[in-house]
Design a protein around this ligand. Structure first.
Ligand SMILES: *Cc1c(COP(=O)(O)O)cnc(C)c1O
Length: 422
């Protein structure tokens, strides 16, 4: 008899995994709240929200009930030529929470597709307006997904290397600080007439290692781009839905983007769904009697009624006062722990944005995704019943909002213990 782990190894190819070295894959049989349980009923605290998606905990009964009801009512219908209540309601509720200029919702399946749609909207916007703007701006170290367009606007590295020559050209700029903001503006000004759009992760560059920068300088950059008629694509795939301490990163900014992308926490992490929203400025460039101005893009499961229902249920939970209090509680606890870490001799730097906390472990080598620290840290935390996935020597926490104070403190304590022992 093969174990589940052995059967998995025979047939499955896992994401971001060198299978030759993948002898540590853990079969999970159920989830509840902030926990996942393996075959031996060993409990792990999911401190990374299962790749940053889970908001209210695993197998949430309210979301499950709503999805089950929808499953018995309408599980799927083609979204070209048809519509349904979950998609209409979700769009209405989302738009009401977004910056005032966001007026239309385009659905897809995941974060990468939400980005593809956003890029196509901006590129075709100029095409439809017969303007020749071909260049695209993105931040160094950006991560916007793994499909080709999303890869193109992401920082280049070992991940993209086999494809680099086939990715479209992008101009990478630094994330803004007090020191470099003027020189970034100068750099943009020189090619402004040729730039179609600027895509960015607001406040936190997640996959880059939870790198953070200030809202004030992003506002300044957004304002500058707007004046140069460069369209803005705000990628809130990771930071949306409360991660930064506010519902959206947009709530930290006074400038508004033209296009916004969401996924991950959108359904509370229960079902795959992507959303791209846009302003009337964008929408009206496509709104025409001329068929060539249509956005010819769609996915089989566009606006899945099940996923939209999960998103509605998750949004309801997110807006509850009790959830908002939990978010504040996580933010406050992180702040206390951050102070503790600041002076720790093995900690190079510690960063926090809302519920996201990251620390860089001091190592001989430079900070890197491929740092050997990951190989030591990842199993150490698993042994201690905590799912953390350090990005090289960067340990970060992105907990689901339902996590208890006791569990958070246990994670903090275990991180301090690791700093002592490893
Ligand atoms: C994860 C992520 C994406 C891609 O989303 P997928 O659903 O994994 O395709 C895009 N942008 C950001 C900022 C992300 O963190």
């Amino acid at each position: 008899m093969y174990t589940l782990k052995e059967r998995d190894y025979l047939v499955n190819w896992h994401p971001y995994t060198q299978m030759k070295k993948a002898d540590d894959i853990v079969p999970i049989v159920r989830g509840e709240g902030a926990y996942i349980f393996d075959e031996n009923n060993k409990k792990y605290i999911d401190a990374v929200s299962s790749w940053w998606v889970t908001l209210h905990g695993h197998a949430h009964p309210y979301i499950a009930k709503k999805v089950y009801e929808q499953l018995n009512t309408l599980e799927q219908v083609i979204f070209a030529g048809f519509t349904h209540r979950p998609a209409v309601e979700l769009s209405e509720r989302l738009l009401a929470l977004l910056p005032f200029n966001q007026q239309k919702v385009f659905y897809s399946d995941n974060g990468s597709t939400a980005i593809e749609v956003g890029l196509k909207m901006c590129m075709q916007f100029h095409y439809n307006n017969q303007e020749n703007r071909q260049k695209i701006l993105a931040f160094k170290n950006a991560y916007h997904g793994d499909t080709f367009g999303a890869m193109s606007v992401s920082g280049r590295g070992i991940w993209t290397q086999p494809f680099n020559e086939r990715l479209f050209e992008v101009i990478f700029i630094e994330t803004p600080t007090e020191e470099n903001i003027e020189s970034i503006k100068k750099q943009i000004a020189e090619l402004a007439d040729e730039v179609a759009c600027f895509i960015y992760e607001p406040l936190v560059q997640g996959a880059a290692g939870m790198l953070m920068y200030e809202a004030a300088y992003l506002d300044e950059l957004m304002n500058f781009c707007r004046k140069k008629r460069i369209l803005l694509i705000q990628d809130e795939v990771f930071v949306g839905f409360g991660r930064t301490g506010k519902i959206f990163a947009a709530n930290h900014l006074s400038e508004v983007p033209d296009v916004m992308c969401f996924s991950k926490g959108l359904t509370g992490g229960t079902m795959p769904l992507g959303v791209t929203t846009c302003s009337d400025l964008i929408y009206n460039a496509f709104y025409s009697k001329d068929y060539t101005k249509t956005l010819y893009h769609g996915h089989s499961f566009t606006a899945s009624p099940l996923a939209c229902t999960a998103a509605l249920a998750s949004l309801e939970l997110l807006l509850e006062e009790a959830t908002q209090e939990k978010i504040v509680n996580i933010v406050t606890q992180h702040e206390v722990f951050r102070e503790q870490l600041k002076t720790h001799p093995k900690v190079k730097v510690v960063r926090q944005c809302g519920t996201i906390l990251a620390l860089e472990w001091k190592t001989e080598e430079e900070t890197s995704y491929f740092s050997d620290m990951h190989k030591k840290l990842y199993p150490y935390f698993l042994d201690h019943g905590i799912l953390l996935r350090p990005l090289g020597n960067i340990i970060y926490l992105v907990p689901p909002y339902c996590i208890s104070t006791v569990d958070l403190n246990y994670i903090y304590k275990t991180i301090l213990k690791a700093l002592d022992e490893l």
